[in-house]
Design a protein around this ligand. Sequence first.
Ligand SMILES: [Zn+2]
Length: 159
Amino acid sequence: MPVIVTGIVFAMLPDADVIGFGFGVDYGDRWGHRGATHSLAFAAAAALAATALLRPERYGVAALFLFVSMASHGLLDMLTNGGLGVALFWPLETVRHFAPFTPIAVSPIGLSDFISARGIKVLYSEAIWIWIPLTLIAAAGFGIRKRTRLWFRQNGMER
Ligand SMILES: [Zn+2]
C-alpha cells in the first residue's frame, strides 16, 4: 500500500518544479518546468531511492511501478498542446521534446492559475482521462497479483 500511495504522489511530483519560478529559475532552464524532474533518469533515480526507503516485499516490481508512475508524467506532458517540451533525456541532453501528436489541453502554470476556474477544469479533465484510469489499472494489477498468489497458495503451489 505505501508503494501505491508513493506511486500516485510520484505521478504528480515532477510538477513541483514550478516552485523554481519563485526563485528565478526560467521555464527553459535545466531545472525549469518540464526540465530535469520530468526526465527518465530522474524518474529512475527517484524510484530506486524510494524503493530503498520503503523496503517493499517485491523490490523489483515496486521499483518498476514507481519508475513508470513518474516517467508517465513526463511522457504525458509531451502530449500536451502548449508550453515547452519535456527534457526527457536529461542529463544526456537538455533538448525539450514533444510527442508527434499533442491531444491534451495544457495545464496552466503557477499556483494562482491552478486555482482559477480554467485550471480546475483542466485538472478535472486530466483526472478523468488520465489519472483515474491509470490508478485503476495499477490498483487492479496489484489486486490480481495478490489474488493469484493467494490462489496458488490455497492450491498448495508456492511461487
Ligand atoms: Zn509536468
